[in-house]
Ligand binder design. Structure first.
Ligand SMILES: *Cc1c(COP(=O)(O)O)cnc(C)c1O
Length: 505
């Protein structure tokens, strides 16, 4: 490394190395950094080369026994011993999301540019709350938010902020809905005065298959889970817009106060999108806040072929997007996007030491004005910046297209095998099904499929998920890996059958 680079490192606030005899800012720091990073990279390479199945199958008890040997109060001598220990305790048994046999939850494989960005995010450690803690980081996040808003069909008036995840983005959506309703129709400021008495009659319409974070968020917002009205779904488990309108009318007739609709663009259980356009028109007609939970479905923004599924999202007042679900980004990477930037003013809180009242925020921006539950905040937007600037939207969109096409072929495989029952096709890539061969009695299907899931998990050969529909137990595939082929899926089905035979013995 040349002296200029070393000088640059010396400016960085990297904490002292393990050997505290070394100066904090010195050539030794650079060497330490390189040694540490190299060791970590080697362990990643080992993980990738060595891991042949998505999970080792280790039990929490067996893993706890490995931890028995660790004395946290006795530091290790060097990175080599440290990474050997971390390998035994963690990496050796870490779930491998990048393998096709991991087909359980909404965990995408991650793209390499985002991993390079992570190095900068952690080492420079900007905090996105104010400009003086992030500078270019603030402007880059604003550009990514504006880009996403444009892709959603919003105009230049849109805004938003990165959050820790979809649950948090949904919380912001509902909070904005609640506070805007009270301000506009009751002239009541909830931020200052708490919920008004009418809040016990506030109603938020979701589908039966909406994400559980809506329940948690309604509880957090002081409305209670009772505020949610679950609208029935159609044969593909999408909100029925006709029944939505009927439900709104019914609540009004009962003296309750509809304030918002949450449509799900890509349900967690089925990967299908609610009819966003029809729901949007109803929201407009009844003057309701329209939040679209596109935590999963946001990946459709990347593709020309399937973008039409999101038609109507432009009617939303707020949208949740999880880049860590559908943009191949490492956790965390999520955002809430709002159609009108003024709608965020309602949550602003001024701290004299951070974002004082008198500051001109057009001149000196502070993203903390847009967050409700975070102050110090990671520069996660840099990962997406790296990704979009290097790979471009189209390459990511090709991944999305491949995933959707593979999922459709997988659905056909399941449908054409009479030993399986597929509940419905998916817009995105979630397949809910069960194995019901002749040699198992219909009443035993639930227990049989539960045993298969357990057996697969403890073997570590295939990791799939499960869910209940109308009280019955189903297995669930979530396909999020563009490298997964239809022959991988075929092999997974064969593995399921093999475990099915074994669990009966
Ligand atoms: C995953 C998911 C969420 C929650 O997002 P997190 O990032 O896990 O907090 C919300 N809504 C839907 C539809 C999801 O699939």
């Amino acid at each position: 490394m040349d002296t200029a680079t070393i000088a640059a490192f010396e400016e960085m606030t990297i904490l002292p190395p393990v050997d505290t005899d070394k100066a904090i800012f010195s050539a030794a720091t650079v060497q330490e950094y390189n040694t540490a990073m190299q060791a970590a990279l080697e362990l990643v390479a080992t993980f990738l080369e060595r891991t042949k199945k998505p999970f080792s199958g280790i039990t929490p008890q067996a893993l706890a026994a490995v931890f028995e040997t660790v004395d946290v109060d006795t530091p290790l001598p060097d990175y080599k011993s440290l990474l050997e220990e971390v390998d035994k305790l963690y990496v050796e048994h870490a779930t491998a999301f990048h393998l096709p046999q991991y087909i359980a939850h909404l965990n995408c494989p991650v793209v390499i540019p985002a991993l390079a960005a992570e190095v900068l995010v952690s080492a420079i450690n900007s905090s996105q709350d104010t400009y003086d803690q992030s500078a270019g980081g603030t402007l880059m996040e604003e550009r990514i938010i504006a880009w996403t808003g444009r892709e959603l069909g919003f105009d230049a008036d849109c805004d938003g902020v990165f959050t820790a995840g979809g649950s948090q983005s949904n919380l912001m959506g509902l909070l904005l809905a609640r506070d805007h309703y009270a301000m506009r129709y009751l002239q009541h400021n909830i931020k200052l005065n708490g919920c008004p008495p009418q809040a016990s009659r506030f109603r938020i319409f979701v589908s039966e298959k909406s994400h559980f974070s809506n329940q948690k968020n309604a509880a957090l917002l002081g409305l209670g889970e009772q505020a949610l009205v679950a609208v029935p779904t159609d044969s593909r488990f999408r909100m029925d817009a006709v029944l939505l309108e009927a439900a709104i009318k019914k609540e009004i007739a009962a003296g309750n106060i509809p304030i918002a609709i949450v449509a799900t663009a890509g349900t967690t259980d089925f990967g299908n999108l609610d009819p966003l356009l029809a729901i949007g028109h109803i929201a407009v007609a009844y003057h309701l806040w329209y939040h679209v939970d596109a935590a999963y479905g946001c990946g459709l923004l990347l593709t020309d072929k399937y973008r039409y599924l999101l038609n109507g999202v432009e009617l939303a007042n707020s949208v949740t997007v999880d880049y860590h679900k559908s943009f191949f980004q490492p956790i965390s990477s999520s955002a809430i996007i709002v159609k009108n930037k003024q709608s965020l003013d309602i949550i602003r809180h001024h701290a004299d030491y951070l974002n004082p009242e008198e500051q001109d925020y057009d001149e000196l921006p502070a993203l903390i004005n847009k967050t409700v539950t975070q102050s110090t905040r990671r520069f996660d937007a840099l990962k997406l910046w790296f990704t979009l600037r290097l790979m471009g939207k189209q390459q990511l969109g090709n991944y999305t297209n491949t995933i959707i096409d593979t999922a459709e072929q997988a659905a056909c495989l399941l449908e054409n095998d009479s030993d399986f029952e597929l509940l419905c096709h998916s817009d995105l890539g979630v397949l809910v099904f069960r194995y019901k061969p002749d040699f198992v009695a219909p009443l035993a299907y639930d227990a049989f499929n539960q045993k298969i899931k357990k057996s697969l998990f403890s073997s570590g050969e295939v990791l799939l998920a499960s869910t209940r529909v109308n009280g019955l137990f189903y297995l669930k595939f979530t396909i999020l890996n563009p490298l997964t082929t239809i022959s991988d899926i075929q092999q997974i089905l064969t593995t399921i059958k093999r475990h099915g035979k074994n669990v009966l013995q």
